[in-house]
Structures are given as structure tokens and as C-alpha cells.
Design a protein around this ligand. Structure first.
Ligand SMILES: Cc1cc2nc3c(=O)[nH]c(=O)nc-3n(C[C@H](O)[C@H](O)[C@H](O)COP(=O)(O)OP(=O)(O)OC[C@H]3O[C@@H](n4cnc5c(N)ncnc54)[C@H](O)[C@@H]3O)c2cc1C
Length: 287
């Protein structure tokens, strides 16, 4: 016996949780990565009429039910964001900053980002633009950083970056109170239009002003799947899967919005189940 998990589920929305409960029922050693809120898309739904058995439920209530379900089965969520997943032959390495988790199979249930990348975002990726502020923060010691945050979780990363950077501009893409701790963080309530530079990023152009900056972090709920998993086959921005939810990488499955439309809870949960059961068959075939 080694320390590897049987199944690593990346994402705690309906797809990931459904995969988790089915993996657990089949007695597999699972680990689930996600957030305390489970899924921002679940908690935001004002009223859901198409989730069988729960007519008229609110997203917030649905989250409570999901939580009750996983708690009853002893499933814990590991509150970490996976930055990269590497195929290592007969297992996968899932990287969170410097730490690596190992699992024989992976189920990608990361959801989808509705917003389009900013102009310049893809061009300057790796040249001043990044998606993981905590991983790259040391590069910006004593420098100026701009963080475009699409959710509350981005505030925590901003607080961390502000300990190293000289100045941090926080551009929130949502409304609410911001839990930002240090005086060197300036909140900029303006709409970002473009990231500009020459060989590297030099500024962010917003609707009303421009910010001179050494780096830009764009922090969304999820990143493009082929960026997360090098070598993963993606078609029209969605992970390509077969009817077993198998991707082009053996032992790597995907479920939910990240595999395509329609973006719906029941489809996500159903695909999570199919992915988990096929991951189980795959694991059993290795014996
Ligand atoms: C306002 C609103 C209302 C909606 N109403 C309905 C409705 O009435 N009926 C319906 O069927 N659908 C509805 N939807 C759509 C529904 O929310 C989605 O189809 C569903 O949430 C998809 O589930 P998922 O598990 O695929 O992804 P998500 O629910 O998006 O969950 C993905 C999870 O993965 C996590 N994650 C992503 N990347 C990483 C990473 N690298 N490491 C760790 N975790 C990661 C995210 O934080 C998140 O927790 C609505 C959506 C919105 C926004």
C-alpha cells in the first residue's frame, strides 16, 4: 500500500460532490478539492425548478442539503485550489503551490467560467499575467501588483500578496464588503478593459483610469482546463469526453459544466456519477 488516493475529485459543485459520494459508496480512497461555499453557482441561484425532487428550492438551501449529504457520508472537502495536474504514467500529481497530492485517477469537475478573457490576458499569460497569486507572489516582492478578483476567495490571495508586494490594486468584479487587511491595498472600482505591455505586462487599462503595474492576477472560479492539465484535449472550450466521461488521458475523467452544455445541476450530478463509476472500473482493472 502506498499513500496515493484512488480518486482525486477537483471541484465541489454538483458534479464533484456526486462523483465523491459514488466513489465513497464504492469504498475508494477519495479526496475532494473545492471551496467552503461548495460552488458559487449553486449558492447564487435564486430558485431552481428543474432539480428532480426539489421543486422551488433556492440555491442556498440546495447547498445546505448537499453539505448535509456529504457530512452524513463522512466526506470532507479539502479547501485548496489545484494549480496544475500532471500525468505521471500510472498516477497523477496534483499541485497546490509547492505541495503535491497523488492519485491514481482524477475527476475534473471544475465548472466553467462564463466571462471571456480580457484583451491581452492570454497574450501576457506567464509574462506578468497569472492565475495563482499565492504561487507567484514571491516573484513580485517589492513590486506593484494588480489583482482582478471575480469572487470573495480572491480577497484572501490579495491579503497574502500584499505582505510581499509594495502596492496592490484590487479590482473587484462583484459587489459587497471587501475583507482586505493591509494599508498597501487600494480598491479600484472600475471595469478592466485591457492588459498592455511590450515583452511583459506594464499596465492595466480600465474604463476610467490606467494602472502602471508589474503583474496582473486574474482570479476566477476556474481556469481553462487545458491550462490546468497539460495535454488534456479540449474542444470549443470544453473538455472532450466519451460517454464514460473519459478524457483523452487514461485515468482522467471529467464531469459537469466543464464538459459542455447544457449547464445544469442534474446533468452535472449525473455525469459526476458516471465519471466516478468508470473511475472505479478503471481502478479495478489495474488489480
Ligand atoms: C445564477 C445561476 C442560476 C442557475 N440556475 C440553475 C437552475 O435553475 N437549474 C440548473 O439546472 N442550473 C442552473 N444553473 C447552472 C448550474 O449552476 C451549473 O450547471 C452547475 O453548478 C454546474 O455544476 P459543476 O459541478 O459542473 O460546476 P460548479 O458548480 O461551477 O462547481 C465547480 C467547482 O469547482 C471548483 N474549482 C474550480 N477549479 C478548481 C481548482 N483548480 N481547484 C479546486 N477547486 C476548483 C470551484 O470553486 C467550484 O466549487 C445556474 C447558474 C447560475 C450562475
Amino acid at each position: 500500500m502506498d499513500n496515493k488516493y484512488d480518486i482525486a475529485v477537483v471541484g465541489s459543485g454538483p458534479a464533484g460532490l456526486s462523483a465523491a459520494i459514488n466513489g465513497k459508496i464504492r469504498n475508494k480512497r477519495i479526496i475532494v478539492f473545492g471551496s467552503k461555499e461548495l460552488s458559487n453557482k449553486v449558492i447564487k441561484a435564486p430558485k431552481v425548478d428543474n432539480y428532480l425532487g426539489f421543486y422551488g428550492i433556492t440555491g442556498a438551501e440546495m447547498k445546505k442539503q448537499f453539505k448535509k449529504h456529504i457530512d452524513a457520508m463522512g466526506i470532507k472537502i479539502t479547501y485548496e485550489r489545484i494549480n496544475a495536474i500532471y500525468a505521471m504514467g500510472d498516477y497523477y500529481g496534483l499541485a497546490v503551490n509547492e505541495k503535491i497530492y497523488e492519485a491514481r485517477t482524477v475527476i475534473l469537475a471544475t465548472g466553467i467560467e462564463y466571462t471571456k478573457p480580457l484583451r491581452g490576458e492570454e497574450e501576457f499569460l506567464g509574462k506578468g499575467v497569472g492565475y495563482c497569486a499565492t504561487c507567484d507572489a514571491p516573484l513580485y516582492k517589492g513590486k506593484i501588483v494588480t489583482i482582478i478578483g471575480y469572487n470573495k476567495e480572491a480577497e484572501e490571495e490579495t491579503n497574502y500578496v500584499s505582505e510581499l508586494a509594495e502596492k496592490v490594486y484590487y479590482v473587484p468584479m462583484y459587489r459587497g464588503a471587501y475583507d482586505l487587511k493591509r494599508g498597501n491595498i487600494e480598491v479600484v472600482s472600475d471595469r478592466p478593459i485591457e492588459i498592455q505591455g511590450k515583452d511583459r505586462v506594464t499596465k492595466v487599462v480600465l474604463k476610467e483610469r490606467e494602472i502602471i503595474t508589474d503583474g496582473v492576477f486574474v482570479l476566477k472560479d476556474s481556469v481553462a482546463p487545458n491550462q490546468l492539465v497539460p495535454g488534456l484535449l479540449v474542444e470549443n472550450d470544453h473538455i472532450k469526453v466519451d460517454l464514460n466521461m473519459q478524457t483523452n488521458l487514461s485515468g482522467c475523467f471529467a464531469a459537469g459544466d466543464c464538459t459542455g452544455k447544457p449547464y445544469q445541476y442534474m446533468r452535472a450530478a449525473g455525469q459526476g456519477q458516471v465519471a466516478a463509476l468508470n473511475a472505479v472500473s478503471y481502478l479495478d482493472s489495474l488489480k
